[in-house]
Design a binder for this molecule. Structure first.
Ligand SMILES: C[S@@+](CC[C@H](N)C(=O)[O-])C[C@H]1O[C@@H](n2cnc3c(N)ncnc32)[C@H](O)[C@@H]1O
Length: 294
């Protein structure tokens, strides 16, 4: 082969190699998208930033369209269409900025690095983005972490008439305050379930501090996948749709067991509601406690 022709062939081969390498890089960096059903937005974040994660879950019943970008104005925002029930994962060590349409207006929010978020409907049935509790693809996000104020905890236990014969389960136990208080105040046994390892750690610490480790235990689990039918009292502080999701498990409780729900009713359990109580906590915030008997 003449030298000139050979050189041209080598150049073409090199070009082909560069193209193949670029395709491989694009496929690798967008690998999370095929896993989560997103549409390439992860590439909005440079490789140097790929340390922490922001996840966004779609808990509505429609595809949510949004755009997301870094603070770097030279980088184009990425348009994402997030399917129902899917999660987008964005590797980033900095805040991201999200925009979406809400009631005909464009809403923009800053999302904090390392945090999970969810698109849900607000009380007016409008699309809104909320903080979540985890970004796991394999588990439902029942509610973000918001602890029940201690005076409300006391009232919940009082309404359920908790005593030393009770076995109390807190579904999504946060820092374990409900089962710890039930053990400390009434000598009740308790189990706290939470999906967040940080909450389970705090629960163990709280139980040790209160000296009730022999009465309570904590499990890092997806609460929708556990059997808590042995409980005599169940406490919940979860979103209404999450309460509805737990009904098949609540239905398995023994007859006479009590369920106490902070702020939200249990859809489908209307005939089991036996009491409710409204109160203000020490900061003046309003709370409602619903009591059910299985
Ligand atoms: C509103 S907080 C309630 C905390 C505690 N029960 C209280 O009243 O102080 C809800 C908790 O549910 C947990 N959670 C969310 N999804 C969960 C799941 N699938 N399984 C178990 N826990 C979950 C969150 O991590 C969070 O700690």
């Amino acid at each position: 082969m003449p030298e000139k022709e050979m050189k041209k062939k080598i150049e073409m081969l090199m070009l082909a190699l560069v193209i193949v390498a670029s395709v491989v890089v694009v496929v690798l960096t967008s690998g999370g998208n095929s896993r989560t059903g997103t549409t390439g937005a992860d590439s909005a974040v440079s490789a140097a930033e790929q340390k922490k994660e922001i996840s966004i879950r779609n808990v509505t019943d429609e595809i949510v369209h949004f755009s997301i970008k870094t603070a770097d104005t030279s980088v184009e925002p990425q348009e994402v269409s997030l399917e129902v029930g899917k999660i987008s994962h964005f590797k980033t060590s900095r805040a991201l900025f999200i925009s979406f349409e809400r009631a005909g207006r464009t809403e923009s929010y800053e999302l904090e690095e390392g945090k999970p978020y969810s698109f849900r409907y607000d009380e007016n049935d409008l699309l809104q983005i909320y903080e979540g509790s985890h970004g796991r693809d394999d588990a439902v996000d029942l509610a973000p972490y918001v602890p029940t104020p201690m005076d409300v905890v006391e009232k919940m236990l009082e309404m359920a008439d908790v005593d030393a014969d009770d076995l109390i389960y807190d579904i999504g136990c946060g820092d374990g305050r409900i089962v710890i208080t039930a053990a400390r105040k009434y000598g009740a046994r308790g189990v706290g379930i939470d999906i967040d390892p940080q909450r389970i750690k705090e629960s163990h610490e709280g139980a040790a501090e209160a000296g009730v480790e022999d009465l309570v235990s904590f499990q890092k689990e997806d609460a929708t996948k556990i059997d808590f039918s042995e409980a005599t009292v169940v406490t919940i502080y979860l979103l209404p749709e999450s309460n509805a999701l737990l009904v098949p498990q609540l239905d398995k409780l023994k007859s006479g067991s009590m369920v106490v729900s902070h702020n939200y009713t249990i859809p489908g359990w209307e005939d089991k509601e036996i009491d409710s109580f409204e109160m203000e906590d020490i900061t003046g915030s309003h709370h409602t406690i619903f009591l059910y008997r299985r």
